[in-house]
Design a protein around this ligand. Structure first.
Ligand code: BG6
Length: 518
């Protein structure tokens, strides 16, 4: 006999991959995927392993090819071999030689000089036309920019000037990774460049958080259950916390991270999108533009941060030496490629308000950082305390308000914390946790969703031009102010393996609240 949660898990397992929860069973139309940056980390760790899994589950079109491009001189055979090693490394238990043989033959490679128009007009063009014919993909192309942002201008300009992106009867999709600009001006500039050559409906801006199963579930959970929506507002909710804490440090990405810092890296995109999904109004229809309109309205309603009182709203930090899993851990300033005097923040906590009918006066506390004590992404909804303390004579302790926790990862699922009587002759209350966890092995990786939805022309999990710019317009003045006063901060101000700087605790404690423990 299965418990109800086991039933749910089992049915998810049954439908996953065959039907995607009955939403959309279409296998995409024939297409060719052209990856700029094919020798890079993203291609090896995410794009190719996800494509392989889609192939394995028969979700790629029959007529399909991948053309990898990068500056590295390599043959198609060498490319196939290096991708085979990468995919096997990512999914050792999923890897199957026969299936790889089928999939691997669809991979091709050409070296390219990103800055030279002739590389696009001649060799790239010829190669794509040849593959189109060989695979019968028609004129449907996805151009995936898995390259550093410094190369965006060259690639978009040169690609946009070929006739490969304006083909009668075909489709063009351009997929672009974060970081999408480093402030409002650069994001606008990048949007303008893209729009010079492509229509908005051809552009797919990735925020991989939007494509996580559990993040997609936020909307299902909110709008497919009658019991939560009436409570989802300022009358019943005291505050909301959104946490994305990581145990990892900056790893090998100092070159990028030193220029970015945590606000650009995590808040402008991932955390603001989680916030938008948690706070948005029900869309008119479950389709991309309606959902993106509602997400956008939330971003529009966020009150600007008061620059003269920034410390009340934002706390930042940088990790120093500490201990992780019992082992001594280097400070951020000691990581390879990081300046000894770096003032780049690796942690931030923010308090913000959404100025609309539903949320007026409800604080949203957001925090994210590297080298913290736990790896956890979650949204917690903290309800108000009960208005009448009926049990106050018999209980010596305050009654903990209810909390709903949406766990994005790890241990994907949700918990609702209630109070219940502890069995026995005395009146004791005890928190009771109703808990649901997804079965990890049935969840699709965010990149599988991204690739599949892009092939199906579905923009729901992607960020629109106005969404990117609105997030930057809120954060650019904040980042500028923080950077102009960076030298005054006593970094490092939290130890690796701790829960963040003291200033972050103060930010919420001043309001008589506390962070959920990591
Ligand atoms: C990326 C950031 O977008 O998200 C990284 O650039 C961060 O710095 C990562 O580590 C976190 O993603 P996830 O899926 O591990 O939560």
């Amino acid at each position: 006999m299965l418990t109800p949660w086991e039933e749910v898990n089992r049915s998810i397992a049954e439908v996953a991959y065959q039907t995607f929860g009955n939403c959309d069973v279409r296998v995409p139309s024939p297409c060719g995927l052209v990856i700029f940056g094919a020798s890079g980390d993203l291609t090896k760790r995410k794009i190719l392993p996800s494509l392989y899994r889609l192939h394995k589950h028969r979700l790629l079109p029959e007529s399909f090819f991948v053309l990898g491009l990068s500056r590295t001189e390599m043959t198609t055979d060498q490319f196939r071999l290096s991708m085979q090693v990468a995919v096997k490394g990512e999914y050792p238990n999923d890897f199957n030689d026969t299936q790889w043989q089928e999939f691997g033959t669809k991979l091709h490679y050409s070296p390219i000089d990103y800055g030279t128009a002739v590389s696009y007009q001649q060799s790239l063009r010829e190669e794509i036309l040849r593959l189109e014919k060989e695979y019968g993909t028609g004129r449907n192309h996805i151009f995936y920019l898995a390259i550093p942002p410094t190369l965006y201008d060259d690639v978009i300009f040169n690609l946009g000037n070929t006739d490969l992106t304006r083909q009668d009867g075909g489709t063009t999709h351009v997929v672009i990774e974060k970081p999408f600009g480093r402030d409002l001006d650069s994001a606008r500039k990048l949007n303008r460049l893209l729009r010079k050559f492509f229509e908005e409906k051809e552009i797919y801006r990735i925020d991989h958080y939007l494509a996580m199963e559990t993040v997609q579930n936020i909307l299902m959970f909110r709008f497919a259950n009658f019991i939560f929506e009436p409570l989802w507002n300022r009358r019943y909710i005291d505050h909301v916390q959104i946490t994305a804490s990581e145990t990892l440090g900056v790893e090998h990405r100092a070159g990028y991270y030193e220029q970015a810092g945590v606000i650009r890296d995590m808040f402008q995109n991932h955390l603001f999108q989680l916030l938008a999904l948690s706070a948005m109004e029900p869309p008119a229809r479950f389709e991309a533009e309606s959902v993106r309109d509602e997400r956008m309205k939330v971003l529009h309603s966020i009150l600007p941060f008061p620059l003269d009182k920034l410390d009340v709203h934002i706390a930042i930090g940088q990790y120093g030496r500490g201990e992780m899993d019992g082992k001594p851990t280097a400070a951020y300033r000691e990581e390879p490629g990081v300046s000894e005097t770096s003032t780049t923040p690796t942690f931030a906590a923010m308090k913000l308000f959404i100025d609309n009918w539903r949320w007026a006066g409800v604080p949203f506390y957001l925090r994210s950082g590297k080298r913290l004590s736990a790896h956890r992404t979650e949204i917690s909804i903290h309800f108000k305390p009960v208005p009448h303390r009926l049990f106050s004579q018999t209980l010596n302790e305050p009654i903990e308000p209810n909390t709903l926790i949406l766990r994005v990862h790890p241990n994907e699922g949700m918990s609702l914390i209630l109070q219940a009587k502890k069995p026995g002759s005395k009146v004791y209350l005890k928190p009771l946790i109703l808990d649901f966890s997804y079965q990890r092995d049935v969840l699709m990786d965010a990149y599988e969703w991204v690739l599949l939805d892009c092939m199906k022309d579905d923009h729901l999990l992607f960020v629109r031009e106005d969404g990117v710019e609105q997030a930057w317009s809120l954060l650019t003045p904040v980042i500028n102010q923080l950077e102009s006063t960076a030298s005054l901060r006593g970094f490092p101000n939290y130890a690796a393996g701790a829960s963040g700087p003291h200033e972050a605790a103060l930010l919420i404690e001043r309001d008589g609240r506390a962070w959920r423990p990591l």
